[in-house]
Design a protein around this ligand. Structure first.
Ligand SMILES: [Mn+2]
Length: 439
């Protein structure tokens, strides 16, 4: 029983508004499916975020249909779940309904039981659940039910955070996944991760098929991009990494005015990447605060000249202003810390009125940080859940209940040309309720 496990293919993503970047995501998908067909898999599973949005370009749907039809024509079954990207944000169908070859699991229909060589296998899936307390509670209930209903060796598709691996947001813990599930086919994290539990269970994130952000670059260099071919037939599941070629991306730091020398040093690496005919470079430029010049134009000219006029070249720019030596040291220190943890601790200290935050403050701060991320991602449905969760928090009740007859002092500054005599009322301490009434 061989299964190709893909996730986060993000079809329709048009990175940096580039036409050719949209095509790159289609090419990676087509390549992966062709590979899966040539490996003679019995099923292809896509663990969420197959499409970049729930309203992808028609082109994305057409390419998904054409590619998956070639697999289905060979008798390969295709299953998918929804990630947070392709979950409809209004009352609508997800884009997968337009691809008839896909059996979408996790909404009404949670599993399929298939037989091969006299053995039974369960392919199960649950759509992405928001990382709120209620969302996660529902998710855990569904996972338990699947573990009860499953027959034979079981594969479960999920699109969630597993907090033992990464702390993007709240999520599941490894011990919350029932032991009778052989292979946990994850999506959501864009990096490759393969973890074998002592009971033989495999938990696998294939990662995104293409490089979706600067944050993916290090993992791509270390582990490559692609998917897994999983063999469920043996006592223990086995997963093989299959690599998919992607457009190279490089992150470089250039410090003004040493930028020319630094660029020359890194050029052989850039030239190697450019052999593919495509390259995306993320330049982080360290500049003194008062610099008038824009070295970007010159750097761009050097790069395109040195790379022999490569056609598909895209450069992103980040400016970092460096004043004094210790400013730089602080920046380096900050880079080492997880920015989410910094946000969380700042918010929790504010909530604790500048005192040592306790568990409640930290918990609420974490929810607020999560809300900020969801709003940044335009994920309004999940944001709505979190707003409700935040609003219901007991912290506010304690915070608002003020001791009675609190006296606050409100002083008005009166600017008058006629008289310099301040009015009596403005100097008198006012009670809070008077103040709120506008007295
Ligand atoms: Mn994703």
């Amino acid at each position: 029983m061989l299964i190709a496990h893909l996730a986060d293919t993000h079809l329709g993503k048009k990175q940096y508004h580039l036409e050719w970047r949209e095509q790159d995501f289609y090419d990676a998908f087509t390549y992966a499916i062709e590979q899966a067909i040539s490996e003679h898999v019995d099923a292809i599973i896509i663990s969420g975020d197959m499409f970049d949005t729930y309203k992808p370009p028609n082109r994305a749907i057409k390419i998904a249909r054409d590619t998956l039809k070639r697999a289905a024509d060979k008798g390969i079954k295709i299953y998918s779940i929804l990630g947070e990207h392709d979950t409809p944000k209004t009352r609508d169908y997800p884009p997968q309904v337009l691809v008839p070859e896909i059996r979408l699991l996790g909404i009404n229909d949670y599993m399929d039981i298939i037989e091969k060589d006299g053995a039974k296998y369960t392919i199960a899936g649950i759509i992405h659940h928001p990382p709120t307390q209620r969302g996660l509670a529902n998710l855990k209930k569904k996972i338990k039910q699947i573990a009860v209903d499953a027959e034979g060796k079981t594969l479960l598709m999920l699109h969630q955070t597993i907090i033992n691996f990464f702390k993007l947001e709240r999520g599941l813990e490894i011990h919350e996944i029932p032991e009778n599930i052989s292979y946990v086919a994850m999506g959501h994290l864009h990096w490759r991760k393969l973890y074998r539990r002592s009971n033989g269970q495999l938990i696998a994130y294939p990662g995104s098929l293409e490089i979706t952000s600067v944050d993916d670059i290090d993992d791509w260099k270390k582990n490559g991009k692609g998917f897994y071919i999983v063999d469920l037939s043996g006592d223990r599941p086995e997963a093989d990494k299959i690599d998919v070629p992607v457009t190279p991306q490089e992150k470089i730091v250039l410090e003004y005015p040493k930028h020319r020398i630094m660029l020359a040093k890194i050029m052989p690496e850039l030239r190697k990447h450019a052999e593919s005919g495509k390259l995306i470079i993320h330049v982080i430029l360290h500049l003194p605060r008062k610099l008038e010049a824009s070295p970007e134009t010159e750097i761009r000219q050097i790069i395109s000249r040195e790379l022999g006029g490569i056609e598909k070249l895209h450069i992103t720019w980040t400016r970092r202003y460096i004043g004094e030596e210790d400013e730089k040291a602080i920046e380096e220190q900050l880079e080492e810390q997880d920015p989410k943890e910094i946000e969380k601790s700042v918010i929790s200290i504010i909530l604790a009125d500048n005192k040592e935050p306790d568990k409640e403050h930290l918990e609420l701060a974490e929810t607020i940080v999560a809300l900020k991320d969801m709003l940044a991602n335009d994920d309004l449905i999940n944001a709505q859940h979190l707003v409700e969760e935040i609003a219901r928090h007991e912290y506010w009740l304690r915070k608002i209940r003020l001791p009675q007859a609190t006296i606050i002092t409100v002083t008005k500054t009166i600017t008058s040309t006629r008289t310099s005599r301040p009015r009596e009322a403005s100097r008198k301490p006012m009670r809070l309720d008077e103040f709120l009434r506008g007295g």
